[in-house]
Design a protein around this ligand. Sequence first.
Ligand SMILES: [Zn+2]
Ligand SMILES: [Zn+2]
Length: 439
Amino acid sequence: MTVRGAVVWILVLAGTGSVLGAAPVATNQAVPEVEALEPELEALYKDLHQHPELAFHEQRTAEALATRVKALGYEVTTGIAKTGVVAIMRNGPGPVVMLRTELDALPVEEKTGLPFASKVTTQDDSGETVPVAHACGHDLHMTSWYGTAKIMAGRRGRWHGTLMLVGQPAEEAGDGAAAMLADGLFTRFPKPNYVIGMHDEPSLPSGQVGYHAGYFRAAFDLLEVTIHGRGGHGAHPQNTVDPIVIAARSVLGLQTIVSRETDPLSPAVVTIGSIHGGTVGNIIPGEVRMLITVRSTESKVREHILASIKRQLDGEAAAAGAPEMPTIRILSSADAVYNDPALTGRLVAALQRELGPASTREMPTQMTSEDFSQYGRAGVPAVLLHIGAVSPTALASGRQLPDLHSPEWAPELEPTLRSMVKAEVVMLTDLLSAPRSGA
Ligand SMILES: [Zn+2]
Ligand SMILES: [Zn+2]
């Protein structure tokens, strides 16, 4: 659909083991190779953690990964979408399976108190000096990606097909996956049959894999709205069209889109996060500017919400006799992450078989967004999983714990890292093992 001519179009707690309290992670001997790797992985994690880089500036990070996987025998290509990395291992006939990690960090000042905390500052794209930290755990994901690369290279006799390891820039900016696809990720390299990704998760105990078949992460749209009026003296309202009053009515009207127009069983959010207009009390301003965040999962709901916002804003402006209809610009967007149900089922079955039934837990849909969605939209069955990263004791305490993107966020390194490597190796080995019917 379109808004002001702009073309827009573009996760049930039913766990199998205890969540809180007892450690949920299986202590069996699946993927025993990880034990010997732990010192190397810990050193890599600390190195990446101390050298965070912002979106599309991940040169050192990409180089650190590229150099290591090249040494393992992967065919490595760098510089895809500026800083992206593709590492391929061809190992006979069979499916092509892609594992994605993100490369980027956030403009956040780290306050974890860790001995290896980031002290990095850099200039962002607007020239402003900002602190940088891995406050979303992408350093953990990269370290696991490398550990998985090493174990898969070492067990080539146990799988066949093509393993495609992708280091993606700029997940936090929302456009890294799209930039890699535009730079030929699925045309210059083999198009995968399956794509998987994992992300650390503050609501699950360290090492437990969270999954959700179907819509797992929301689509988002950030809208900038300008409501046009006719300014004038605050004592002569009859000579003006007051955009503040139009905005006030609009803010209340927009609340009814989710509460009155949207199926309660399809999650959606409309948040007006910013509203600005006017300077002093005795002047009626010419316009009011608002910033609106829209979250949804199903595309028909997303289209309806965007259309309703326009309809309601136009309606209020018309009712007030505004000189022109409000201007609506979409500043940024992301599509919903849809986890292929058949592939999700296959991966969870493999994890439970190899790591034990308590190694996984079903999760609810989350209203945050992830550009991992782009791989599924490119026509490949894709699944984004989460890995619990908080000690069961801390979770059981009932305390408010740091969330992702917080200055205090730090995953509990072990057993999270070891479990993440095991989960990735188990899933990749399953997908790259003897031919099976279906996904
Ligand atoms: Zn993040
Ligand atoms: Zn993240």
